[in-house]
Design a protein around this ligand. Structure first.
Ligand code: F6R
Length: 614
């Protein structure tokens, strides 16, 4: 939700900022803007509704000189996406400019108070209120900009990652964060600032992840200073990035999403590397092994997540209960945090988040921490807030996911959850050795199975043309593949804007079957598993009502052809791994339908990759 970038150093800031915004556009694309301070002490702000490319056009032939600046790409919360509400926002005098990612919850109280002191507001945003407050404090207390920011932040309630620059001050950026991410890149005589490391990696691999409620004082030619809101100096922990610039490019694919779908054979290899030997004889998830007494003593496991990560959690629930016989509950983080749940110190809470920045998931982690539970994180983004807020965890190691619709992160999450279930099951002695090896070996073989599915790319592209103009879709699955049905439906709706629902196949007859007619495409996930025959009966019920059936079945299933209108065959694998294999064609189907409809696949409307607001 909103991307922020900053630069101070010897280069011209504008190209660095624009480049950074392009990398962060996945975080929001309602508007974009930049503030530059030049050597003569002038503060130039350019901003407009639309994407970074619109800002680029807007600034063409404008004066964008200056070696210090901040920039923003917006996902609107307060105030509609328009030029006025775009960031950066100015203070009343026009001396201070600020960008902000997050929400200031008490902004209306502060705005009312500032209005009484003669402040007026141009925008409908909470951000403008904060920058005005900073100026008010700076003027009335005659303090430094740093002190004014610190003092203002002590008065706000909410979440923020901010960066502030000032006219007549071409040597200083003040930045701070609470619950929204912020990274500082350390170059040679220059500093970079961003919501994540992707805008930084092409300049330096040395970064500092700013801690919660910390303020960063970035001064040209001086050492970085980090302090807390009480003005106490914080330890600076310089990390080395393990990110390469190639991972951030499309690599010849028309969209990041298609690239990421096709990367899955490799990302699964990366995910299991060093964790499972080729013969599947053992599984070592070090975060679990190091905390095995916590898991062994767990009364139950609660998994908190949102969206696609929540779907992965449902698959994890099935695997852990099946193999480890530990009760598992899966919760939407946004519901969990507000419903006074019963959590005890002998519960283990697993938080799943690709970005590691999802506000609701972070709040659920906080709640679990206060209740004394042991918290385990499953994240993709290294050093992210969830990764740091949890007691231990496992990264999925699938590389940066830039397409807004999650694909390779989902399959990585299910892979890690399966490894977690296997590790615990062996430790508890609740899984037969033969089954253990067969699932572990199944994980090792997954990349080649996914390659086989991906070789049907053209076939799925052809199939997509038949359904491009459907108004609704239903996805059905049972057991491990009920979550796969939910995920298939989510992929389709978020990028094509076609209404789609996922259901447990047998649940149809309790109501939703009323929707079935000859216009309704139904994706029926029915690989060979212990409930295959039951799923086929459910497909029969759809067929009897003339629904159009697209069946996702195991290779060589000839019988289904008489029942289904269209078939996608996937390789046979262990039942608990089938959601990974069946999800790949569903990702492709959603992708091609969205492309046929001319949708912006990587940046679908109203969405953002990292949901840092609740
Ligand atoms: C869907 C999608 C979202 C995310 C959700 C949670 O394709 O990407 O539903 O899964 O916003 O995000 P993370 O996993 O970053 O916490």
């Amino acid at each position: 939700m909103c991307g922020i970038v900053g630069y101070i150093g010897g280069r011209q800031a504008f190209p660095v900022l624009l480049n950074g915004l392009r990398r962060l556009e996945y975080r929001g694309y309602d508007s974009a803007g930049v503030a530059l301070v030049d050597g003569s002490g002038s503060l130039k702000v350019y901003k407009c509704r639309g994407k970074v490319a619109d800002l680029e056009r807007f600034t063409d032939s404008k004066d964008v000189g200056g070696t210090i600046g901040i920039a923003h790409t917006r996902w609107a919360t307060h105030g509609e996406p328009n030029d006025v509400n775009a960031h950066p926002h100015y203070s009343q005098s026009g001396n201070i400019a600020m960008i902000h990612n997050g929400i200031i919850e008490n902004y209306s109280v502060i705005r009312d108070a500032l209005s009484e002191h003669g402040y007026t507001f141009q925008s409908a945003t909470d951000t403008e209120v904060l920058v005005q407050l900073i100026e008010y404090i700076r003027n009335t207390s005659r303090c430094s900009l740093l002190e004014a920011v610190r003092s203002a932040l002590k008065r706000v309630v909410g979440a923020y990652a901010i960066a502030v620059v000032e006219k007549d001050n071409p040597d200083e950026i003040i930045a701070a964060r609470k619950s929204s991410p912020l990274v500082v890149g350390l170059g040679d005589g220059e500093y970079f600032l961003a919501s994540d490391a992707t805008p930084i990696v092409e300049y330096t691999d040395k970064v500092v992840y700013v801690g919660d409620e910390e303020i960063v004082h970035i001064c040209r030619g001086r050492e970085l200073k980090v302090m807390n809101l009480d003005n106490e100096q914080a330890q600076i922990d310089i990390r080395t990035l393990e990110l390469s610039i190639n991972q951030l490019e499309k690599g010849g694919y028309p969209h990041f999403m298609l690239k990421e779908i096709h990367e899955q054979p490799k990302t699964i290899v990366d995910c299991i590397r060093g964790r499972i030997p080729a013969d599947g004889s053992e599984v070592v998830l070090s975060g679990v092994v190091a905390n095995k007494e916590k898991f062994m003593g767990a009364r139950r496991i609660i998994i908190v997540a949102c969206g696609t990560s929540w779907h992965a959690a449902l698959i994890g629930e099935r695997a852990i209960e099946d193999m480890c016989r530990i009760p598992v509950e899966v919760e939407y983080a946004s519901e969990f945090r507000y419903r006074n749940p019963v959590i005890s110190p002998d519960d283990v809470v697993i938080a799943i988040s690709q970005s590691g920045e999802t506000a609701d998931t972070l709040a659920a982690v906080e709640l679990a921490r206060n209740a004394g539970a042991f918290i385990f994180g499953i994240c993709n983004v290294v050093g992210s807030s969830v990764a740091r807020a949890t007691d231990s965890g496992a990264y999925i190691h699938v590389g940066p996911e830039i397409g807004v619709a999650s694909t390779k992160a989902f399959t990585g999450q299910v892979t890690v959850l399966t490894m977690l279930a296997l590790t615990l099951a062996r430790e508890k002695g609740t899984v037969r050795d033969e089954k253990f090896r067969s699932v572990a070996k199944g994980l090792v073989e997954l990349p080649s199975l996914i390659e086989k599915v991906l070789s049907q790319d053209d076939k799925i592209k052809d199939l997509s043309k038949i359904f491009t103009y459907a108004h609704n879709f239903i996805y059905l699955g049972r057991g491990y593949n009920y979550p796969a049905a939910l995920e298939g439906a989510l992929k389709l709706k978020e990028i094509s804007y076609i209404h789609a629902e996922g259901y447990p196949a047998a649940e149809m007859k309790h109501g939703p079957i009323a929707l079935i007619d000859s216009e309704m495409p139904v994706v029926a996930i029915a690989p060979d598993d212990h409930i295959y025959e039951k799923t086929v009966s459910n497909i029969q019920e759809i067929k009897a009502r003339k629904g159009k059936i697209i069946a996702v079945v195991s290779e060589g299933n000839a019988a289904i052809h008489s029942l289904a209108d269209y078939c996608i065959e996937v390789p046979v694998t262990e039942e608990c791994l089938s959601p990974i294999v069946v999800s790949v064609p569903l990702q492709l189907l959603a992708y091609y339908i969205a492309v046929n409809k001319g949708r912006n696949v990587d940046q679908p409307r109203n969405l953002a990759k990292s949901v840092t607001v609740e």
